[in-house]
Design a protein around this ligand. Structure first.
Ligand SMILES: *[C@@H]1O[C@H](CO)[C@@H](O)[C@H](O)[C@H]1NC(C)=O
Length: 293
């Protein structure tokens, strides 16, 4: 009797267990098939996107969008001529010749991002101070504002990490505030860089080493990766040197050069085919017809 009851109980329990398991299996199957569906869908989207991304034909437009407004402070360096802003850490050299002019900024280490922020553009407005003019100005990052650890971060060491700080050219600062204020609170946001014409490539290096400064970068303004191709070579990955420069250790003399560049912010890739003719020379800047949007 007891044995029978025990058997019935066990039987009932097993049946319940079986039902529970069937349900679990069913829901597992459903969730599995759903996950599988998601995996297939996302891979399809990814493959589609990767196929569309690089090679021109059906590129997905990944336009750079402005960031949100944030708060920081701004100072200035140099005088009204902006002479001190030339030859900055991005490697753009003479900013009048390279088209950046005086609407430029040196970024604190935190913003500078080891030079990957070179060429990025910001809107800056002085806010909440009597010295403010209330206008928005737009600047391009062309330099780093290095830390000075002998000064307190809140008293002169404005560019010390982790501070977000903008050290403007004096002409740029004078557009947003009375320069005698020295330092003003600002609101800022990343904005697309509007550039006229294509990417420009300034070539440096020697017979075994090509160093390329990329200028006049539109869209996000920044560069994540770069490749070079000689007319007798395949695509070669270049490494980041400093600022906005990339290098390849290769013999490329006497070959026309093409460059492939991926934007840091938008991941968009553009190809500038045969930008430099086979008789290219170190020290020259070559203009392409392509740019980021
Ligand atoms: C850092 O600040 C000290 C103290 O004001 C100053 O003497 C020095 O020149 C500064 N260093 C740099 C690299 O600006």
């Amino acid at each position: 009797m007891e044995e029978h009851q025990a058997y019935l109980l066990t039987k009932a329990f097993e049946e319940r267990l079986a039902i529970v398991n069937r349900k679990a299996m069913a829901s597992l199957f459903h969730s599995w098939s759903f996950s599988l569906f998601l995996i297939v869908l996302t891979s399809a989207m990814f493959i589609g996107k990767s196929m569309a991304a690089g090679y021109g034909k059906a590129r997905v437009p990944t336009l750079f969008r402005p960031s949100r407004w944030s708060l920081a402070h701004a100072t200035f360096y140099g005088d009204e001529t902006a002479r001190e802003t030339m030859g900055g850490a991005c490697g753009y050299g003479n900013l009048f010749q390279t088209g950046y002019g005086t609407d430029t900024v040196a970024l604190s280490t935190t913003l500078f991002n080891n030079g990957y922020a070179c060429g990025t553009c910001y809107q800056i407005k002085c806010t909440n101070a009597p010295a403010c003019y209330g206008v928005i100005t737009k600047v391009t990052a062309t330099n780093i504002c290095p830390p000075n650890w002998s000064k307190d971060s809140n008293n002169g060491g404005w560019c010390n990490p982790p501070r977000v700080h903008f050290d403007l050219s004096k002409p740029a600062f004078m557009k947003i505030a009375k320069w005698k204020a020295g330092i003003v609170p600002v609101m800022y946001r990343r904005v697309p860089c509007a550039r006229t014409g294509g990417l420009r490539f300034k070539l440096q290096g020697n017979g075994y080493w090509l160093l390329v400064y990329v200028m006049n970068v539109g869209g996000g303004g920044d560069i994540a990766r770069m490749w070079v191709k000689g007319s007798k070579t395949g695509w070669m990955s270049m490494s980041h040197n400093w600022g906005a420069s990339y290098q390849a250790f290769a013999r490329l003399g006497g070959q026309a050069l093409s460059f492939k560049i991926t934007s840091y912010t938008t991941k968009q890739t553009v190809i500038a085919l045969n930008v430099a003719p086979s008789n290219w020379r170190v020290g020259m800047t070559y203009k392409s017809t392509v740019n980021f949007s």
